[in-house]
Ligand binder design. Structure first.
Ligand code: NDP
Length: 353
């Protein structure tokens, strides 16, 4: 009945050309229908100024939403089309405190999201096109509207780079991983390979020797970008075999289980098949900061530069999670920094009242 009356009012308002009021009612209707979890940003009431808008919905963004929600700030989370962040590609999470048994990455993110929604957080499954941080309130430009905010928490994460070799999609999260700390444990007494020639590849290869029967490190050149000490450590480790001038051509396996890889010598084109139950791609990360260009200070490698605690170069704009962290890159460290950013945003808002 409420919906029917609202619908009739909507039509009347539209006929009377009261577009703004009609938009607001449309928004209410959408909420009545879809709860706080809306996926359509065209419902936005553009002139409402939000206390907190959180951009990104991985562990950092969701934790910031839990804390700002509990602070009664009614956070709006712009979750991205691929909401949930990198954990959406992780099969079993075993190192996030609080879970006695392994939990799948997507399930954990669903738990975090619903925990935040319980405290009034609103999630919109859309991407941010750009932001304007040159004036207050700040503006966040989405596909169909612009949202205004007194504070912004940026938690857009960093994407691990992938090789995009043949069959890679099929085995992502099912044998092929980009995080040895997260997934190495699953390959006890099994042969694995690591791809890359930087510090991450060296570190992951060394780390994996704790579990794997042998680790083959594959690099496309014959010189490494990694620091000398890390390279030496890899050469000194008897469980690590190093193959240089090699690129991955094709991943092998059946029924969604990885069994090996075909590699090709970049010098003479000869090919070889290696058996491997696990593969770790460690060729770098790219922070998701494209939409922030010229708006705030970034580091030389594109991460958000922090001035103090979680504060960026723009007062009122905070950042947390992997978008500021090229070192730890763990769900729990991201969640911890999401809590910090929420507290910093809350205190900043208090100083404004
Ligand atoms: P880097 O950018 O340093 O290295 C990436 C490596 O991947 C390079 O060897 C590169 O090869 C290779 N690569 C890139 N793209 C491809 C591709 N398409 N196919 C095959 N190989 C590819 O990234 P890292 O993640 O290793 O390091 C990032 C930063 O973090 C660095 O500053 C590093 O020092 C730091 N770090 C420090 C650690 C520590 O101190 N404990 C641990 C881990 C990281 P090529 O050389 O041919 O370009």
């Amino acid at each position: 009945m409420v919906l029917l009356i609202s619908f009739i009012t909507l039509v009347v308002l539209l006929l009377a050309s009261n577009i703004d009021a009609a938009k607001r009612l449309h928004n209410v209707l959408a909420r009545l229908h879809g709860g706080a979890d809306s996926s359509n940003d065209s419902d936005a009431v553009a002139d409402e100024i939000r206390d907190v808008v959180i951009i990104g919905s991985g562990p950092a963004g969701c934790t910031a939403a839990i804390y700002t929600g509990r602070a009664m700030l009614r956070p709006l989370v712009i979750a991205g089309y691929m909401a949930g962040g990198q954990l959406m590609l992780t099969s079993d999470v075993e190192n996030f405190p609080g879970y006695r048994d392994p939990i799948s990455g997507p399930m954990m993110m669903d738990d975090l999201k619903h925990q935040a929604m319980r405290f009034g957080a609103e999630f919109w499954q859309t991407n941010v096109q750009s932001v304007n941080l040159s004036k207050e309130p700040f503006e966040i430009v989405l596909n169909n509207c612009t949202v205004k905010a007194r504070t912004i928490i940026i938690s857009t994460g960093a994407e691990a780079l992938w090789l995009n070799s043949e069959n890679e999609e099929e085995f992502k999260g099912k044998g092929i991983s980009t995080c040895a700390t997260c997934d190495g444990y699953m390959f006890r007494n099994k042969p694995v390979i690591v791809i890359g020639g930087g510090d991450s590849a060296m570190e992951e290869a060394n780390f994996l020797t704790r579990f794997a029967s042998e680790v083959t490190l594959i690099h496309r050149k014959d010189n490494f970008r990694a620091s000398k000490v890390m390279i030496q450590r890899a050469y000194d480790n008897k469980k690590i075999k190093i193959k240089t001038n090699q690129k991955v051509v094709k991943w092998l396996g059946s029924n969604g289980i990885l069994s090996g890889v075909i590699i090709e010598n970049t010098a003479d084109g000869s090919r070889e098949t290696l058996h491997a139950d696990g593969a770790f791609i460690a060729i770098g990360h790219k922070p998701n900061t494209e939409f922030l260009k010229n708006q705030l200070k970034l580091t030389d490698n594109g991460y958000i530069a922090l001035s103090e605690h979680t504060m960026t170069s723009i007062p009122g704009v905070f950042a947390c999670g992997d978008v500021v962290d090229s070192r730890y890159r763990q769900a729990i460290t991201a969640a911890g920094s999401g809590c910090q950013a929420a507290i910093d945003a809350e205190r900043y808002l208090e100083t404004k009242h």
